[in-house]
Design a binder for this molecule. Structure first.
Ligand code: MN
Ligand code: MN
Length: 454
């Protein structure tokens, strides 16, 4: 290849033996982050516990902060913002990363419990871009919170510990699946059939609905709750498997919820290392991205804007926003050799080739895209090169094959320059997604360089 040509780099050609050991160590922390954060609530509270160990304190609007101070804001227990105060004026702009910590899953309906033919079930309502067939006949866990009228709350977390029982959605046996097998994939599994099997033993002292009553008894014994408490609960059904190394070489991780905790974690760990930045550095854990960033914890809400306004501390916030830069860090689709037909190879992301930069997202004629400015991208690449960060450019599959969006457009709405950069992964949105360890490590390095040097 001549000097005039350009080619992606592979992390294994770039990283030293020592660095490859660091990759493995770094990803042990990431796997813990995943296992402790199977819902956005759990993810936020786990991150807050890590941040507090590093000296982060709850942000108080109106309070004066000094360079090097570390603060965080938790948004309704579903989203969070972490910041390290810079030595320069807020008018120089903020360096922001934003990733979402919600992931596709099945939520329990408000009145979920019923009994049918000797078995008890929970009704569910799927959340986000779920391919329903992937959720049947696999071990499931229940994660969430029950909030009581007296202001107390109880965390529910059962199924992920190897000692716990698991739950499951059953499927037809092939012997009787003749009709089901003829249906198109999208219609073969109905939303209303994603019911979670909970048990089969009757409560002897009850007259009717004995199995249902037995489930209530178990819930009451374990969590002190009643059926009425489920009305105010937020309980989600997630895969019971914890994160696992994948492959003989342990170069990959199979896990639930890589999208988008695989970006949230590096954005966060890089901030923890950023102790005396020039510009104030901000890491946002957003919620509800999978359903359009709506609601009070989604990035269409004003909470991020209000936090940044508070950080402006009397300085001109319009100038501060106009000078700010953001990385919307969300996952990219990695080229999958099993399905080459949906990718355009020249503009695809590849496993182990570094964080994937997406100039624009959207679908069709770039509809719904935030299209980053070339001046901004070039400046970023200069910083990444300087820090020995490898990266690659990508689009989400072939033109007109589909598409997708991220939180970038909602950041751009605030007049903050933004680009999408994230880890490329296989089988996005499946109950077990696959990402490469070097890419996760490299995103941490990229974010660290961005916070320090942009
Ligand atoms: Mn995502
Ligand atoms: Mn997603």
């Amino acid at each position: 290849m001549s000097d005039l040509s350009y080619q992606n780099k592979n992390a294994f050609d770039v990283l030293s033996e020592t660095e490859l050991k660091e990759v493995q160590e770094y990803c042990e922390g990431y796997k813990k982050f995943l296992d402790n954060g199977k819902t956005e609530r759990f993810c936020v509270s786990y991150a807050v516990s890590l941040a507090e160990k590093e000296g982060f304190v709850p942000f108080v609007d109106g309070k004066k902060y000094n360079p090097g101070d570390k603060v965080y804001h938790v948004q309704k227990n579903h989203a969070a913002i972490f910041a390290v105060i810079g030595s320069e004026s807020p008018e120089k702009g903020f360096n922001i990363t934003a990733a979402h910590v919600d992931a596709p899953r099945l939520d329990l309906k408000p009145s979920p419990l019923y009994e049918d033919n000797g078995m008890a079930y929970f009704k569910t309502h799927y959340y986000g871009g779920v391919r329903k067939y992937q959720w049947v006949t696999r071990p499931l866990a229940l994660c969430g919170v029950v909030c009581k009228k007296d202001g107390t709350s109880v965390n529910i977390n059962i199924g992920s510990d190897p000692e716990d029982p698991i739950f499951m959605i059953t499927d037809l046996l092939p012997h009787l699946a003749k009709d089901q097998s003829q249906k198109p994939l999208a219609g073969a599994f109905a939303g209303e059939s994603l019911n979670i099997l909970l048990g089969s033993e009757p409560e002897k002292n009850e007259e009717k609905d004995k199995i249902r009553e037995n489930v209530l008894k178990a819930l009451n014994q374990k969590y002190g709750i009643t059926e009425a408490d489920l009305l105010t609960a937020e309980i989600t059904v997630v895969p019971a498997e914890n994160a696992r190394d994948l492959g003989f070489d342990r170069s990959l991780i199979s896990a639930y919820g890589h999208d988008d905790r695989v970006c949230a974690y590096p954005c966060f760990t890089a901030l923890l290392k950023t102790t005396a930045p020039k510009k104030t550095c901000v890491c946002v854990f957003a919620d509800k991205e999978e359903i359009g960033s709506v609601g009070i914890s989604g990035l269409r809400s004003d909470y991020m804007t209000n936090f940044l306004l508070a950080l402006c501390d009397g300085y001109n916030s319009r100038v501060a926003f106009a000078n700010s830069a953001a990385i919307s860090s969300d996952v990219a689709a990695a080229f999958d050799p099993n399905y080459p037909e949906v990718f355009e190879r020249r503009n695809s992301a590849f496993i182990n080739c570094g964080p994937a930069i997406c100039k624009y997202t959207g679908h069709g004629g770039k509809s719904g895209a935030s299209d980053a400015c070339p001046e901004f991208i070039a400046k970023l690449l200069g910083i990444f090169d300087e820090a020995n960060v490898i990266y690659q450019f990508t689009e989400l599959g072939k033109v007109d094959q589909g598409g997708g969006g991220t939180v970038s457009q909602f950041i751009a709405d605030r007049n903050i320059e933004v680009i999408d950069i994230g880890v490329a992964m296989l089988c996005m949105h499946a109950p077990c997604e696959v990402a490469a360890k070097t890419d996760i490590y490299m995103l941490d390095r990229l974010c660290e360089a961005f916070y320090k040097n942009y």
